[in-house]
Design a protein around this ligand. Sequence first.
Ligand code: NAD
Length: 500
Amino acid sequence: MSDKRDLALAAIAPYKDAPLGHFIGAQSAAAQGTPFDVLEPGTGQVLGQCSDASEEQLNAAVAAAKEAFPGWVSTAPEQRRKILNRVADLIVENADRIAAVECLDAGQCWRFMSKAAIRGAENFRFFADRAPGAADGQSLPAKDHVNYTTRRAIGPVGVITPWNTPFMLSTWKIAPALAAGCTVVHKPAEWSPYSARLLVEIAHEAGLPAGVFNSVNGLGETTGKRLTEHPDIKAVAFVGESSTGSAIMRQGAATLKRVHFELGGKNPVVVFDDADIESAIDAAVFMIYSLNGQRCTSSSRLLVQSTIYDQFVARVAERVNNLKVGDPFDPASEVGPLIHPRHFAKVSSYMDIAREDGARIAAGGAPVEGTEGFFFKPTLFADASQSMRIAQEEIFGPVLTAIPFDDEADAIAKANDVEYGLAGYLWTSDLGRALRVSEAMEAGMVWVNSENVRHLPTPFGGVKASGIGRDGGDWSFDFYMETKNIALARGTHKVQRLGV
Ligand code: NAD
C-alpha cells in the first residue's frame, strides 16, 4: 500500500520544491504566476503547488508549437509511427509510477488506475499505427475530372483536459493529434497536474522533437482562456463540463476555432423485467461507483421497470452499503475520495436537494467520518422522479438516482428527458426491444446488456449538451486534419470563354 504512495511521492518529488511549472519546446519553464495548492484527495494534505502560465509563457508554448509544425507535419508518417509507439512503450515501462500519481493527486483507486495507465499506452499505439494512413482520402471520379481527397494536419492545436482520469484522457486526445501531424499545447486540469508532466517528459524521452508537444499549467479562466483565444491555435480539443464548453466556444469565436467537445452526462441504465438481473446489478453498480463516480459515462440514473423496481433497488442498496471505501492506494479499495473540497461540497449539497425534492436516501448520504480526506459514502437515491434535480443534473460523484418506469415508451421518454446525451445502457433479453430502445435513445453511445467497454476503432462522443464531435478510429483524424479535394481535368471539357 504505502510503497505505491512512496512511488508516487518520488515521481512528483522533482516538482515539489518550487511550484510546478511548464514544459515548453522540450524544456522546463519555471512557474512565475501566483502559486495555488494542489491537494491530495486521500489525505486532504497539500501535495505541492502549481501556477498559471504567464502570458509570455503561454505565447512561447504556442510559438514553439507553431515553429515545430512544418517539420512534424512533413515527418514521414512511418517515423511518427515509430516515435509514438516508443511513447507507448515508455508509458508501459512507467505504468506503475503513472498509476500511483493518479491515485495520489486525483484520488482514483489503484485497481482502476493500473489499467488506465496501460490504456494510455494503447491509445498511443492505436493512433501511431494509423499514422501512415491518416492522410489517405477518397477517389471521387466525375465525367471530366478525377477528384481525389487527401488530409493534412490542421496545425498547432490546444488540448484541455479534466481531472477525473487525467492521464488516460490526455493520451486519448494528444495521441491522435500527434499521429495526424499536429503539434500540441496541452493544459491539464489544475487539481491534478502531475501525470500530465510525466506524459510530456516521457514523450520527449521517446524522441519527440522539441516544440511538438508542450504543456502549460494553470487555471481555466486564465491559462485555458488564453490558449483558446490564441490566433495560432487552429483547433481546441476539450474534455470537461458542458458550461465550460460553451465558454470555450465563445472564447474561440473571434478566431473561428474548430472545436471538439466531450462534455458532461446524466446517463441512464434502463433495466427491463426480462433482463439478466444479476448482470444488470453488477453493471449498474460498477458504472456509477467505479472511479468514485467521477466518470463522464457513469450510469448515474437507474431506470428500473416498476414490476421489479423495489426488489432491484433493495439489491443495489445492499451492494452499495458493502462497497469498500478507502485509501486509493489499497488494491482492495473500490471507491476513493472525491477530488477536491469544492467538489466534495457540490456532491454533499445534493443530499439536501434530494430530501427537499422528496426522494429517499436508500444508502449512504453522508461524508465518511474519521478521515481528513474527501471521502463521501456511496449513495443511492430511491423513489425519485425525472423532474427532480438529482435526476437532471450531473452530480459527478458516487451517487445513483433510481427511478421506476412502466413500459417501453415510458422508459424511452424518461431516458431522454435530460439535457445530456452521452451514453445509454440497456438491459433486456428481448432482441426486438433492445433494437427499438437503443435506436430511440438520445445518446452518442449505447451499450446493450453490457457496461461501458471501449473498443478504440468505434466512435466515442455525445449528443445534446454532452458534446460535439467523435473520437476513436478515423473520427479523431477528421477533427485534427483538414480534408482537401484535388480535381484533375481529363482535358475533355470545354472551359467557358468570356471576353472573347
Ligand atoms: P471543467 O470544465 O471545470 O474543467 C476542464 C478543463 O477545462 C480544466 O483543465 C479547466 O482548467 C479548463 N477550463 C475551465 N474553464 C475554462 C475556460 N474558460 N477556458 C478554457 N479552459 C477552461 O471540468 P472538470 O470539473 O475538470 O471535469 C469534470 C467534467 O468533465 C464533467 O462534466 C465530466 O462529465 C466531464 N468529462 C467528460 C468526458 C467525456 O468524454 N464526455 C470525459 C471526462 C470528463
